[in-house]
Design a protein around this ligand. Structure first.
Ligand SMILES: Cc1cc2nc3c(=O)[nH]c(=O)nc-3n(C[C@H](O)[C@H](O)[C@H](O)COP(=O)(O)OP(=O)(O)OC[C@H]3O[C@@H](n4cnc5c(N)ncnc54)[C@H](O)[C@@H]3O)c2cc1C
Ligand code: SF4
Length: 496
């Protein structure tokens, strides 16, 4: 804390976004390049260096936030990068993608805008790459033990990096043709440019991690045989089984799952496709589902040149201020938040039927109707009350010739046979069962990330990857480990 009065004298300033009209014409990140560094040391100076840092507690990784805020306020970037990487393998991912529960837990947030913790994290991570403070860290000695990690999302990557650095020989198996999990083909380029992912993968390769892409374990290789070839196995296959919307007309052409739509747009950015076969260009788009996946569809459809885009949310519109009785500080409150995609939709007025930013709240889909060719043309909805009961007289239809379902995910995909072939037990809600040490009932097989926790966040996935690596290292090393475990398998976010 270079300036003990920083929080009194400096107002919060976020990393500015590029003008809407400019950014919707490309796929680059929405922020103004180079605009963060000049403001960030003053912002870090707003940190009060609290005796009990609740921000640190609210971050699943246990990021040492007050420590690196102090170092950034003093412009000691090398030490800040060291402190940040002590708890987070991939801070440039969380610095861009995390919803920042730490900021909800910031003590300043009790009666003032929180410290811009996520921005500080991103600035340190980017500076670390620019200055060469994040070199590959290969192990000094190899243990001779081998680990197969199945799945290359943030969980698998964090687990693989920790285990490689601990001296184990690690191979990551990925069914897609590129590494990255949902960060590769789910999350759009405008939220995180893929060059950040490539740089980390190169770092991991240089450390000794092996990557095997286009291999579906369970289908292309036998899961039990693979298990026998390695000393341990980590299942980090994500929760990619999507939820359905079983209403009349669902079978019409033009109705797709978000994760059928988003990967194609990402492939256009990767240069694999000239244009997306499901492009929203010139079409009336309705997105069913009010979460982040829906917002990613919204931003993508706007960039593709949709004629209109509306997003339906079954929940009532939340308030803009924390309800101190229902969701007291330092929990992460449900608030009306304006993502970059919503800001674009609001400014461009993409949804004639919605009052502000393309979202229709408390809206439930009743059915779809189509044309003589069997293509969807309308979505019929009704307003619902807090108990999801239809409000009489509120039914209406929206024009819709592309409908995107963004209703969340129920658990890991079972179509590849991996779970059944290994004989893994499942929890009643469909996730992979594991004990307090991340171990499944099958000797030497561990489970982590969305596959075991259920649909979650990047920050939890990285924390899961670090924690499962500690468990695997302990298993391989006869009961001891020096690797950190930031969370246990039953830890949950600070919400009410
Ligand atoms: C569209 C979208 C946007 C999101 N945006 C955000 C965001 O902005 N911020 C945030 O914090 N979180 C976000 N999330 C959530 C976040 O992406 C996930 O919580 C996180 O990626 C989970 O990490 P994971 O490693 O457990 O699984 P995943 O990222 O799903 O990775 C699992 C990997 O395993 C592979 N795999 C599966 N089965 C096999 C097999 N049999 N053999 C080989 N490989 C296999 C899959 O192909 C995949 O690459 C978003 C999710 C979605 C869907
Ligand atoms: S990872 Fe997320 S919760 Fe943790 S410090 Fe960064 S923004 Fe905050």
């Amino acid at each position: 804390m270079a300036d003990p009065k920083g929080f009194l004298t400096t107002p919060r300033q976020d990393w500015p976004r590029r003008p809407v009209e400019e950014r919707v014409r490309d796929w680059n990140e929405v922020y103004v390049p180079g605009a963060l560094l000049p403001i960030i040391s003053k912002q870090a100076d707003r940190c009060m260096d609290c005796g009990v840092p609740f921000c640190h507690e609210a971050c699943p990784l246990g990021n040492l936030i007050p420590e690196w805020n102090d170092l950034v306020s003093r412009e000691d970037w090398r030490a800040a990068a060291e402190r940040l990487h002590a708890t987070n393998n991939f801070p440039e991912f969380t610095g861009r993608l995390c919803p920042a529960p730490c900021e909800a837990g910031c003590v300043l947030a009790i009666n003032q805008p929180a410290v811009t913790i996520k921005n500080v994290e991103c600035a340190i991570a980017d500076r670390a790459w620019e200055e060469g403070f994040a070199p590959p860290a290969p192990p000094e000695r190899l243990t001779g033990r081998t680990v197969a990690v199945i799945g290359s999302g943030p969980t698998g990557l964090a687990a693989a990096q920790q285990l490689t650095r601990a001296g184990h020989t690690v191979a990551v198996y990925e069914r897609d043709d590129r590494i990255g999990g949902l960060m590769r083909y789910g999350i759009p380029e405008f939220k995180m440019e893929k060059r950040h992912l490539e740089r980390r993968i190169e770092q991991m390769r240089a450390e000794g991690t092996k990557f095997r892409t286009s291999v579906t374990v369970g289908r292309d290789v036998d899961a039990a045989e693979l298990r026998a070839r390695y000393d341990a196995m980590v299942i980090a296959t994500g929760a990619t089984a999507w939820r359905e919307l079983p209403v009349p007309g669902r079978e019409l052409a033009g109705i797709h799952q978000a994760m059928e739509y988003l990967p194609l747009a990402n492939r256009v950015c990767e240069g694999d496709l000239e244009s997306s076969p499901l492009s929203a260009a010139g079409r009336h788009v309705v997105i069913v589902g009010g979460g982040d996946t829906g917002a990613d569809c919204l931003g993508t459809a706007v960039r593709e040149g949709a004629a209109s885009v509306t997003q339906l949310d079954i929940y009532a519109r939340p308030g803009t201020e924390r309800d101190d009785d229902a969701e007291p500080w330092p929990t992460y409150p449900k608030l009306y938040r304006l993502s970059a995609a919503h800001e674009e939709a609001r400014d461009l007025r993409t949804a004639p039927a919605a009052d502000a930013d393309a979202r229709l709240f408390a809206a439930s889909t009743l059915r779809f109707t189509g044309d003589a060719d069997g293509h969807v043309r309308s979505l019929h909805l009704v307003e619902v009350d807090a108990g999801r009961r239809p409000v009489p007289g509120t039914g209406r239809a929206l024009p819709a010739d592309l409908v995107l379902l963004a209703l969340g995910f129920s658990g890991p995909d079972r179509g590849d046979g991996l779970i059944d072939r290994l004989g893994l037990a499942l929890e009643p809600r469909g996730t992979i069962a594991r004990d307090a040490g991340f171990a499944t009932g099958v000797p030497g097989v561990f489970a982590a990330g969305d596959a075991a926790r259920g649909q979650s966040l990047i920050v939890w996935a990285i924390a899961e990857g670090r924690a499962v690596a500690a468990a695997v290292d302990r298993h391989l090393s006869g009961g001891t480990t020096r690797l950190p475990a930031p969370i246990g398998p039953y830890d949950r976010p600070m919400t009410v």
